[in-house]
Design a protein around this ligand. Structure first.
Ligand SMILES: Cc1ncc(COP(=O)(O)O)c(C=O)c1O
Length: 362
């Protein structure tokens, strides 16, 4: 039997997934210094670790599928009622749920490139068409172009703020203006995976807009993978008006998260001491990477995240390859390289290797 003949049309016709960081060749990911996936090297909150260990001992019992503790913790953190929250196995699974709930053939999903491409997969898996608007030359969002590209067919617009892979952000007042002008038939998805790392005073979460503009279908994608250093634990959530949450809750989310991830995330979001430590360390080493890359003659984009995007002025693919040969995984995409903030000794090693590699390739 040819299984491919049994596939549904959308999967059969779907182009290859676009995630750049998967291009590792035969290399063993566990043997590389990982500065290619925007993981958080400052570690899981000690309080979250304790909560997860304790909860794991009760792993023979099903989790609380009403998710009282984790929803309670998120609700308190953002001052939103719990019916504004749905959790999932990382925010990627909630992007999928958005597709299942809202996208179908004939719909268009608007996005700016380069960005995190999961939304493209989601659109295609549901028969919708991704429509791409280019970023401006400085690799910032072109919100006017995005607004102008909206048609009757546009079902969803995806905005990653701050953006992966560029690290750049849209000023809050510009986003607010867009949110108000965006027609009501368009679901506005704001992916805020990295926003907790942001230091610019006008790089702000859209939770206020989501609460204050109830007539607009505004969806915030949030994750514990980045700032809370729980990428492997798999916990993400959506903040949106209750009607949207109700539909997303019917798309495979209710039993998706484990009792371990729920307990860990609830403890992590409350651990303000660890959050402060992560934010400070990230800022110090992001600045180190930025400064050293500039000294090496690279063009560097100002980042509000835990990674830095740069043009090395030599072939970025070759840079990533040679870096992986030396044991460090970084990413090459959109004609440039992206390096995640690593442990201090790894940041220094990366800069040392990059100097050698640029000289080799020049
Ligand atoms: C912008 C953005 N959104 C979402 C994700 C995925 O997050 P999660 O681990 O919660 O699925 C990533 C991961 O790299 C990302 O860069």
């Amino acid at each position: 039997m040819e299984i491919s003949k049994l596939l549904c049309k959308n999967l059969r016709e779907k182009p290859e997934t676009r995630r750049a960081s998967r291009k590792l060749g035969n290399r063993d990911i566990n043997k590389l210094i990982r500065m290619g996936l925007n993981e958080n090297v400052w570690g899981v909150s000690p309080k979250a670790l304790r909560a997860m260990k304790e909860t794991a001992e009760l792993g023979n019992y099903y989790q609380d599928w009403t998710q009282k503790e984790i929803k309670g913790a998120i609700s308190e953190h953002y001052d939103v009622p719990t019916d504004f929250i749905v959790t999932g196995c990382g925010s990627s699974s909630l992007t999928d749920a958005l597709g299942t709930a809202f996208l179908e053939e004939g719909d268009e999903v608007l996005l700016c490139m380069p960005t995190f491409p999961a939304i493209i997969d989601t659109a295609q898996m549901n028969g919708a068409t991704p429509v791409i608007v280019n970023m401006k030359e400085d690799l910032k969002y072109d919100m006017d172009a995005l607004l102008a590209a909206i048609t009757d067919k546009t079902k969803m617009v995806y905005i990653c703020n701050p953006n992966n892979p560029t690290g750049t952000y849209v000023r809050h007042e510009v986003l607010l203006d867009f949110a108000k002008k965006c027609p009501d038939h368009v679901i506005q998805v704001y992916d805020e995976a990295y926003i907790e790392f942001a230091e610019a005073s006008d790089c702000i979460e859209m939770v206020g807009a989501m609460k204050e503009l109830p007539e607009k279908p505004i969806v915030l994608l949030k994750t514990f993978s980045k700032f809370y250093a729980m990428a492997g634990i798999r916990m993400g959530y959506v903040l949106a008006q209750p009607e949207i949450i109700e539909w997303l809750s019917k798309c495979g989310t209710q039993f998706a998260t484990s009792k371990v991830s729920q307990a860990g995330a609830a403890a992590a979001i409350k651990d303000t001491e660890h959050c402060t430590y992560v934010k400070e360390q990230n800022a110090i080493w992001r600045k180190y990477l930025t400064d050293e890359l500039i000294k090496l003659g690279c063009d560097v984009y100002d980042s509000q995240t835990n990674f830095v995007f740069f043009h090395p002025h030599v072939d970025p693919g070759a840079v990533a390859e040679k870096m992986a040969d030396r044991g460090i995984m970084i990413s090459a995409q959109a004609g440039a390289n992206r390096v995640s903030v690593g442990k201090p000794e790894h940041c220094k090693l990366f800069i040392q290797y990059l100097k050698e590699i640029i000289e080799e390739l020049q």
